[in-house]
Design a protein around this ligand. Sequence first.
Ligand code: 5RP
Length: 231
Amino acid sequence: MDKEAGKKRAGQEAAKFVERGMTLGLGTGSTAKHFVDALAPKAADGWQLKGVPTSEATRRHAESIGIEIIEPDETTIIDLAVDGTDEADPNLNLIKGGGGALLREKIVANAAQKFIVIADKSKRVAALGAFPLPIEIEPFGWATTIRNIRTGLKTAGFDNLKLELRIHQGEVFKSDGNHLIADCALGRIDDPATLDQLLGAIPGVIETGLFCGLTDIIIYGDEDGVSIEKA
Ligand code: 5RP
């Protein structure tokens, strides 16, 4: 399957949900980039779109195609947020954060009136967990936090977990908010919402890449077209 074509189709389909004057949450990653690209003709046509970007990379891209950028606190309404995902299950739960933007992505998805996820079809899984779960953590005391995450996960029955601090191009990865990411290979997550709560209760954990109960619609693209799943 041509994944890139699937991503582009999904991004273009999501752009059909956009209306004039909307304030949009703009996701991060290669699929979300296709959505922003699909907004370019609308922006050029005077649709007066505003964008709340979830990363500095998305901010630069959206600005370059003429979308007015606003901060989340400059608006009380985000009409629609559109973002990619690393995995999605049949209940529309997600693992996100492969690009390290999970905290801002979750804030924006949660604030939006509607959250549409776009993905190539390979991201659809029967159960989450093959993709290592990103967990955003505070740099202060990070080793202690990672030890506590490991202990918590073992207590929850994840015996063969692999937990690593994210390294990018030989350096410790820092999010746009200057936090660290621990990537946690769990194998299979049967109850993502409970796991999210367990991890979120550990001091030093800022956010997890588990997005549960946030998605309204997923648009999958593949070489044949798009398919849509609704909550
Ligand atoms: C970034 C994300 C991305 O949406 C996710 O990693 C998917 O990326 P891509 O569309 O490039 O496959 O969560 O933090």
